[in-house]
Design a protein around this ligand. Structure first.
Ligand code: PEP
Ligand code: MG
Length: 864
């Protein structure tokens, strides 16, 4: 049999490989090499199983002859990656009336009946494909129940239960091979990243009965806790059992180590327990992984049937990888490669405990991860009042506008009816690390009467307690149990190792000192985008902004803006100080001005009062400023050109803050970025004014400073004309939110309504606001980068749209030679890890793990 590549007796030297026989077969060979007590096992290759599925069985007698006569067998799946699944194991093959009589003599009636009934049931369900209900009424013990099962089998199939072990084995192999080929199994594994032609291997193994005289039983054993990854002997053991029955046995099962909660294997069979502990430790070192052992104790003797990677939570994944590296078992580089970047997201936020009950009342787009519980409020004022009472609340809006930012600051989570992944609520939510669900359009939002109606008819009112799970996009009624964020020492070590490998910069999109502080905590290398308009929504500033909008002349506007100057200067000074010399890129004012005007009658009355003008003047001005397409209207640099006083004030605030922050520490060199540019002349005009303000500040203060001026490339024209824009810019930063919007002609605030239909129908493979469209928008990025470099060879290139934190976009930007990516604060660690993995992969020449496969895995995770 050793010479047959398709059916191979597993020995230390037999030709068994993961790529031909699957992970389980290879793992068993490793255990045999470690001289662990593994029962005799034969591996069937992917080819053999493929042929079986086509009706060509291997020589079943030859397989059976590898085992002692009368040995019972089991068959388990062995796919290349255990995550891809496979058909369930079938145990006790070979059981028939003769064996039953023999085992009744040697092990006793009950044990023989237990083994035979388990086989009949499993064969009936997995091979004869009978409905499991057939056995529901039959109790699972004793010879009466065995007879009832055999009878039920014969009634349903009109056949006697097969008695020939060879016939049984052939039927089991055939059914497992065909199950792998079934459509649902295929779709399921492809969704987990398996290639379309992924193969299945099978292992046929000698059964060690966990039944009989002396201490007999089975269990699972591992050295770490599955949730925390910390050292802790974990698992269960059940006397007189087999397979993984101990795990489902509740209080009947024993703990492994001595435990106050109940009896343990350590007390019952101390030698077996010690042996298992040593075996698990050996496997950890030699297999370079935390392994879960499936074991049987047969008359006091330990047998190891299988070893699988310990199943683990995200935080355990990090802890296990780091401990293996700290113990010198794997290298830090390998530890970095073992954690999927998107897994980190779960560590950075509170999560709904996976073990708690979920009462789902609605769902939408998972726009900002993490979970929070609070009472429903329907407006920002109520959110602030709730925060003042120290009562967590969930802000519910149809959609949010800049006016809601203060409410978002006060809320624990946000839920909106409208919007997509780059809508206002989503962007601000991610920036604040606030769990957020947008586009929950299947729920009915009645903001006037302050209710939301779930699709099952339940009505939620203001004050009701809900939980927003921004990681899954589900709205839950009540307050389920939570898991806290885990930025522990293991996380910090992993991040430090990642940074040592990384070759692309990671900055953060941070608008406020709090964001900047979060970014420092996550070790961002600077601020890549500070959206300054968010600084104007504080109530004290909002009123000044409104006054400025109502001023009739340039001088009038400048005079009002002078009142905002000290506040802006203070904002920037704080940012510079927090970032301690790391670059800070400040984007000049971007949104259309009318976003600052009140839309409600009451708000307009309040403004009229504050400005001491008739309310009709306010209403007229609001109407005058309305635009059909505000996102394509008077915003960004267009305001800079036509209402230059705003940029003048901001430039002065930046320069004065530069000098203030440079008083202590190294000189600050601010970066100033112009939004929504589409023509070179826009840059020239703004640059001339900024230079004039800089000169004025220099001469007033008698001190010198530098600044870097850059352009945000977020219109297709800016990308196309980058060669003529670049000579006036120290850097180009691609704003892929607007660039995606304008390339597709697709509103980022409204696309959520039909995006899922578009994806379902295969028009778009993914939401392009979520996953960078490398074909279209990506081409503009490449073209803009190339033309930008032609126009200014030393130019710095970056991306600062929401795509910046997405591992696939980072791969794209790294390939295109960008200097850095900038992303929301809580994406920074994900981006650092993804960038490190790309660099390591590159260094390894794509040998050990193919880049395409890595990106595919990221994409699959990202979609979940
Ligand atoms: C962008 O458009 O990509 C961007 C970063 O700017 P904003 O999201 O503020 O429009
Ligand atoms: Mg933009």
């Amino acid at each position: 049999m050793q010479n047959n590549p398709n059916t191979t007796l597993i020995t230390a030297k037999a030709p068994v490989n993961v790529s031909t026989h699957g992970g389980r077969a290879k793992c068993l060979q490793r255990l045999i090499r470690l001289e662990l007590p593994v029962p005799t096992t034969v591996a069937l290759s992917f080819d053999a199983v493929r042929q079986i599925a086509e009706g060509h069985l291997p020589d079943v007698s030859a397989i059976v002859e590898q085992f002692n006569k009368d040995t019972l067998l089991c068959v388990r799946p062995s796919s290349e990656d255990p995550d891809w699944g496979g058909p369930g194991a079938v145990l006790n093959i070979g059981m028939n009336e003769i064996r039953y009589a023999q085992l009744s003599n040697t092990l006793g009636h009950d044990a023989a009946a237990a083994i035979y009934s388990r086989f009949v049931q499993s064969y009936a369900i997995n091979v004869a494909r009978l409905d499991p209900d057939v056995f529901d009424e039959i109790p699972n013990d004793g010879s009466d129940s065995l007879l009832a099962m055999l009878q039920a089998y014969e009634e349903e199939t009109d056949e006697r239960f097969p008695q020939d072990p060879r016939e049984q084995l052939a039927a089991v192999l055939g059914s497992m091979a065909r199950a792998w080929d079934g459509t649902s199994a295929r779709l399921l594994r492809q969704a987990k990243g398996a290639p379309a032609d992924a193969g299945l291997g099978l292992v046929v193994q000698e059964m060690i009965p966990g039944f009989g005289k002396g201490e007999c039983g089975s269990g699972v054993f591992q050295l770490v806790n599955t949730v925390t990854g910390l050292p802790q002997i974990t698992g269960r053991y059940l006397s007189q059992s087999q397979g993984r029955e101990a795990l489902g046995a509740g209080s009947a099962a024993l703990y492994l180590e001595k435990d106050e909660r109940g009896p343990s294997l350590e007390e019952l069979a101390p030698r077996a327990f010690e042996e298992l502990k040593e075996d698990a430790a050996l496997m950890r070192v030699k297999l370079r992984e935390e392994m879960q052992i499936e074991f049987v104790i047969g008359s006091g003797k330990v047998h190891i049937l299988d070893g699988v990677r310990v199943p683990r939570s995200s935080r355990a994944t990090v802890r296990i990888a780091v401990r293996l590296a700290q113990d010198g078992i794997i290298t830090p580089q390998e530890a970095v490669m073992r954690v999927e970047p998107n897994n980190l997201t779960e560590l950075l936020h509170r999560q709904v405990n996976p073990e708690s009950e979920r009462d789902v009342v609605g769902s939408g787009i998972a726009a900002s991860p993490g979970a929070a519980t609070g009472r429903i409020v329907f407006n920002s004022a109520d959110a602030q009042a709730s925060a003042a009472r120290r009562e967590p609340c969930v802000l519910v809006r149809r959609e949010t506008s800049p006016e809601d930012v203060r409410g978002m600051h006060a809320a624990a989570a946000v839920l909106t009816e409208k919007g997509g992944i780059t809508s206002h609520a989503a962007v601000i939510g991610r920036g604040l690390g606030l769990p957020c669900i947008v586009g929950a359009s299947a729920m009915r939002f009645d903001t006037k009467n302050q209710t939301i109606t779930a699709s099952d008819g339940r009505v939620l009112k203001a004050g009701d307690i809900v939980t927003i799970d921004g990681s899954s996009g589900e709205v839950l009624a009540g307050a389920p149990d939570m898991l806290e964020a885990a930025l522990d020492d293991a996380f910090q070590s992993l991040m430090a190792w990642a940074d040592a490998e990384r070759d692309i910069g990671i900055r953060v999109n941070a608008d406020t000192p709090e964001d900047a502080q979060t970014a420092r905590n996550f070790d961002a290398q600077g601020i890549g985008l500070c959206r300054t308009e968010h600084m104007f929504f504080d109530p004290a500033r909002l009123i000044v902004m409104r006054e400025m909008i109502f001023a009739e002349t340039s001088e009038g506007r400048a005079a009002v803006l002078a009142r905002l100057l000290p506040m802006q200067r203070d904002d920037f000074t704080q940012l510079f100080r927090i970032m301690e010399g790391k670059p800070v890129c400040i984007r000049l004012f971007d949104p259309p001005l009318h976003e600052f005007l009140p839309t409600s009658r009451a708000g307009q009355r309040e403004l009229a009062e504050a400005l001491d003008i008739p309310v009709s003047d306010v209403t007229r001005r609001v109407e005058e400023m309305g635009e059909y397409n505000p996102m394509l209207g008077l915003r960004g640099v267009r305001l800079g050109v036509t209402v230059p006083e705003i940029y003048d004030m901001q430039a002065r605030a930046i320069f004065e803050a530069t000098l203030e922050a440079s008083d202590k520490g190294d000189p600050v060199v601010p970066e100033i970025m112009i939004p929504l540019v589409s023509a070179r002349r826009e840059v020239e005009l703004v640059k001339a004014r900024l230079d004039a303000v800089a000169s004025a500040v220099r001469s007033e203060r008698g001190r010198d400073f530098d600044y870097r001026l850059g352009v945000m490339v977020e219109t297709p024209r800016a990308a196309l004309r980058a060669n003529e824009i670049a000579p006036h810019s120290a850097f180009l930063s691609f704003g892929t939110n607007d660039l995606t919007q304008m390339t597709y002609g697709l509103s980022r605030d409204d696309a959520g309504r039909f995006m899922s239909a578009y994806i379902q129908k295969g028009v778009f493979p993914e939401d392009p606001f979520h996953v960078l469209d490398q074909d279209g928008v990506g081409e503009l990025l490449k073209l803009g980068a190339e033309r930008g470099r032609n126009g200014n060879p030393g130019i710095t290139l970056s991306i600062c749209g929401e795509h910046g934190g997405n591992p696939e976009s980072i791969a794209f930007c790294r390939e295109a030679g960008f200097d850095y990516v900038s992303c929301s604060p809580f994406r920074v660690p994900v981006a650092r890890l993804a960038a490190a993995q790309l660099a390591i992969n590159h260094k390894m020449g794509d040998q050990k793990s193919s880049l395409a496969q890595m990106l595919w895995k990221w994409r699959v995770r990202n979609r979940k």
